[in-house]
Write a new protein. Structure first.
Length: 243
């Protein structure tokens, strides 16, 4: 056990350095803009060598991926706290979307610059890219949790399809938020409040056989035109072929 102590200490120091570089980058992105911030400037401001900065993050794009991961984990924690004791699906969904806005608000200042880079379909910053798949799937799993903990009754097929469609709904909220210039994103928050009951009604209707084919078609459109096939979850194609 004593031999494990130096290893744990080294890992802790490594994580602290990584966090320092990431936090410094986020601050400089806010102050100078994403395009005008270089890895050399980030390293100098963080007090580490340029080589050390590249050791933890191979590029600025990888820094943004680190930002994705951090915001995702904060979003999950905030959502779970806000959903605690709630079983009504619309309340849980609104809690999840509002939690994202709360977590992301400090970074609103450079959101437009960031989105300009993320909007490039060839960029690893794109939320639809293979590089973003882990963070994306984590949020899809969060919406699976939002549904599973509610009183809404869904069969196995709909429980598998709907979380990804809810993630896509969040992406629409994010796009609206990027261009929202109201204080504390008041307009986006009102948009969430007003659209949540509508989304909940659609989710509820998906239980009925008449609506189910439309949900399947929506899911297929997402997978054919939005989610890259290269990062489809294992076994999904098989489940699709059985429908």
């Amino acid at each position: 056990m004593e031999n494990d102590a130096p290893t744990a200490s080294k890992a802790s120091k490594s994580e602290q350095t990584r966090s320092l570089i990431l936090e410094t980058a986020m601050r400089l992105f806010q102050e100078r803009g994403y395009d005008k911030t270089t890895m050399r400037a980030i390293a100098a401001e963080a007090g580490v060598s340029v080589g050390n900065a590249y050791y933890y993050f191979a590029s600025k794009e990888h820094l943004i991926q680190g930002f994705y991961d951090r915001v995702t984990q904060e979003h999950i924690a905030a959502t779970r706290a806000a959903m605690h004791g709630r079983t009504d699906f619309p309340e849980r969904l609104q809690a999840a979307l509002t939690a994202w806005l709360d977590v992301a608000e400090p970074y609103h200042g450079f959101a437009v610059q960031f989105f300009r880079n993320a909007a490039d379909p060839d960029s690893p910053l794109s939320p639809f890219s293979a590089e973003s798949y882990p963070a994306r799937q984590t949020v899809v799993d969060l919406y699976r949790e939002v549904l599973a903990g509610s009183t809404m009754k869904l069969d196995t097929e709909m429980a598998e399809i709907l979380p990804e469609l809810l993630w896509l709904h969040q992406m629409g909220i994010v796009l609206f938020w990027v261009y929202d210039r109201t204080p504390n994103s008041t307009k986006t928050r009102d948009f969430v409040r007003r659209t949540t009951p509508m989304v909940a009604r659609v989710m509820n209707l998906s239980r009925y056989k008449l609506i189910r084919p439309l949900v399947r078609d929506a899911d297929k459109l997402v997978r054919d035109f939005i989610v890259p096939e290269a990062v489809e979850p294992a076994g999904h194609k098989a489940s699709q072929s059985q429908r």
